[in-house]
Design a protein around this ligand. Structure first.
Ligand SMILES: C[S@@+](CC[C@H](N)C(=O)[O-])C[C@H]1O[C@@H](n2cnc3c(N)ncnc32)[C@H](O)[C@@H]1O
Length: 209
């Protein structure tokens, strides 16, 4: 097992003790207003899957994914609605889905761990598997994060914080660059989560017709 999977398995177990772990995130409750009224939603880096479950209770057909076996185990134990399917997906790889499959793609604090090449690939895979007019909703760490500029700098805005454990910090400019294929509906530095003390970058985009 690689360092990253091991790290996330432990982190995910630690999340079990947090009082926010079973409630939908602030971002999920806000972002849903931009979604089509129903359809197929792909959740990336779901952790325990509390947001995917929230979307399923609102009638969406959800595929909730993560690469951590521990995350998948918690998600499966907790969520049994028939509208949720839980699958292993490593964001570093090509997504195992067809072109134009999803109405919505959603990621809460899950796509800011990768170098420039993989981050570019993730946005292009998201674009590929979204249907025309589909919605992308993501929230990520920002360059205002206290961890920014700590550890070993690997690339611009991308650091190794512990051996093999990396983090990217987005700015509005870099989000504009990675999301260039999408029509921007919302992009700001006002995102909040239950666990981060500093504001986050949030992005709602739409694939063209
Ligand atoms: C900060 S947690 C967020 C979890 C959940 N979305 C939440 O907000 O509670 C980051 C998640 O990304 C997942 N992750 C990290 N690297 C990944 C990768 N290469 N592929 C898929 N998921 C990954 C971790 O396992 C973890 O569940």
């Amino acid at each position: 097992m690689d360092n990253q999977q091991n790290y996330w398995d432990k982190k995910i177990t630690g999340y079990s003790k947090e009082k926010w772990i079973d409630k939908p995130s602030i971002f999920a409750k806000w972002a849903i207003q931009f979604f089509p009224k129903n359809g197929k939603l792909l959740e990336l880096g779901a952790g325990h899957g509390q947001d995917g479950n929230f979307f399923a209770t609102k009638g969406y057909s959800v595929i909730s994914t993560d690469f951590s076996e521990t995350a998948l185990k918690y998600n499966l134990q907790k969520h049994s609605l028939k509208q949720i399917s839980i699958q292993k997906l490593n964001l570093k790889k090509v997504f195992p889905f067809n072109d134009n499959e999803f109405n919505i793609i959603y990621a809460h604090l899950a796509i800011h761990f990768f170098d420039n090449k993989i981050t570019t690939q993730i946005f292009s895979e998201i674009y590929r598997v979204l249907k025309p007019e589909g919605i992308l909703a993501v929230i990520v760490n920002s360059t205002k994060d206290p961890e920014y500029n700590t550890g070993n700098k690997i690339e611009n805005d991308f650091f190794e914080l512990l051996p093999g454990i990396t983090k990217r910090f987005f700015s509005i400019q870099s989000m504009e660059k990675f999301s260039y294929q999408f029509k921007t509906l919302i992009m700001d530095h006002e995102g909040k989560s239950y666990k981060d003390k500093v504001k986050l970058i949030k992005f709602i985009g739409q694939k063209s017709k």
